[in-house]
Design a binder for this molecule. Sequence first.
Ligand SMILES: Cc1cc2nc3c(=O)[nH]c(=O)nc-3n(C[C@H](O)[C@H](O)[C@H](O)COP(=O)(O)O)c2cc1C
Length: 127
Amino acid sequence: MIGILYFSSTSNTLYIAQKIQSRIGGSIKYIPNYKGDGSEFEKIILLTPIYSYGMPTFVYDIIPRLNKTKELIVIQNYGGMVGGADYFMYQYSSKHGLNIKAVYVLKMPENFTLTFTLFRNFTYIEF
Ligand SMILES: Cc1cc2nc3c(=O)[nH]c(=O)nc-3n(C[C@H](O)[C@H](O)[C@H](O)COP(=O)(O)O)c2cc1C
């Protein structure tokens, strides 16, 4: 069985995890509650949002302990700017000896409300 490991704060990534499961099957695990290393799975799909051109802390934490022989495919999703997070993910996983095969990025609705607030304020600046 495929392991679909995901982190999500506002459900965009969970949505993708469920879509993948509905097409190819697999067992969905929420990374903060998952204590394993993925060795019970035939391969691992890791789903994560991009946070500040990187990844959420839970994802930084799980990568070093994942099984190093299982094939790993990463799907990152983002709201507007990847900023090299996909390359960084590949480097970070390789550095920890993982059998990473691919990193994909997928655009989803933006949930970083701070950005919206800033843009809104900029709009109202008068010169
Ligand atoms: C703290 C934080 C940082 C973010 N940083 C980025 C970023 O650097 N680039 C980007 O395109 N989107 C960024 N986003 C937007 C999310 O990656 C995007 O909306 C994602 O789909 C959220 O997934 P989720 O609903 O599963 O948490 C950020 C969101 C948050 C909350």
